[in-house]
Design a binder for this molecule. Structure first.
Ligand code: MG
Ligand code: MG
Length: 273
């Protein structure tokens, strides 16, 4: 905890390769989003994802990760993250969170979204929206942050302002990403006194708040992967892979590089291509 952490700072060329991986991840998640409807199984959604990865000539960083059996995680309702695709059938009103990644030439991308299946509880729709807004606020904060802790502050502020019924998961956090999917530093989604490492060019992060409509406490199912809320409250999860470089900030897993959402927050994105 008090030791020095070793952060892999990326060159511009390495970030460009991560962008290629990021665009594959965007394609994967778009394809899965389009396939989500009542009656499909989560295994079918995983097959859709696998086909996109394979056609892109990319490799999966999820499948085989500590034995994880699939190319995406699909977590429904009270499942927060790390749900294993299988014979579960999507039904109307579900909150569906999909987390996916890809590797191109050894460099990783990682991204997630949540959505509701009509007709959903408006409170679940609001949960999904607040979680996405919190992620973008965290990314926007990174653009001008001196210390990484400012990202967690910004995420926490959005969730806290959204409703006093929300809580931020603390056991699972964002992370550095690059030549491996999970690297230092941790990216906390909440406000702490720890200010974290200095933000400087070459820092590449997966920023991924997980928010619940109840208590933040979680447990893991017997499959040893699926994280659920202890109180059964519904959860949402959004994630993007983001690069800080000498010219600014670029959201590698967003097709527009983050231009639309960050522009609305007063941040100009800086693509390297
Ligand atoms: Mg992820
Ligand atoms: Mg991640």
């Amino acid at each position: 905890m008090f030791g020095r952490i070793s952060i892999e700072y990326k060159s511009a060329d390495q970030i460009r390769t991560m962008r290629r991986a990021g665009l594959v991840v965007a394609d994967v998640l778009d394809a899965v989003r389009a396939a989500v409807r009542p009656g499909v199984t989560t295994a079918h959604l995983d097959a859709v994802a696998e086909q996109v990865i394979s056609r892109a000539g990319a490799a999966s960083n999820f499948k085989g990760y500590h034995g994880f059996p699939s190319v995406v995680c699909i977590s429904v309702n009270d499942e927060v993250v790390h749900g294993i695709p299988g014979d579960r059938v999507i039904t109307a009103g579900d909150v569906v969170s999909v987390d996916g990644g890809a590797i191109i030439d050894g460099w990783h991308g990682d991204s997630a979204f949540s959505m509701v299946v009509p007709d959903a509880d408006p409170a679940d729709e609001a949960l999904v929206r607040v979680t996405e807004d919190a992620m973008w606020a965290g990314i926007a904060a990174l653009a001008s942050a001196e210390r990484l802790g400012e990202v967690g502050d910004a995420i926490d502020d959005v969730v806290t302002a959204g409703s006093d019924g929300y809580a931020i998961i603390q056991e699972y956090v964002g992370h550095g990403i690059g030549s491996a999917m999970h690297q230092p530093p941790e990216v906390l989604n909440y406000r702490t006194r720890k200010r974290g490492p200095r933000v400087r060019p070459g820092l590449c992060l997966a920023i991924e708040p997980m928010v619940v409509r109840g208590e933040r406490h979680t447990s893991v199912l017997e499959d040893e992967w699926t994280v659920i809320t202890v109180d059964g409250s519904h959860a949402a999860h959004w994630e993007h892979t983001v690069a800080v470089h000498s010219g600014g900030l670029w959201v590698l897993t967003a097709r527009d590089g983050g231009a639309a959402r960050l522009g609305a927050l007063g941040v100009t994105v800086a693509p390297l291509d």
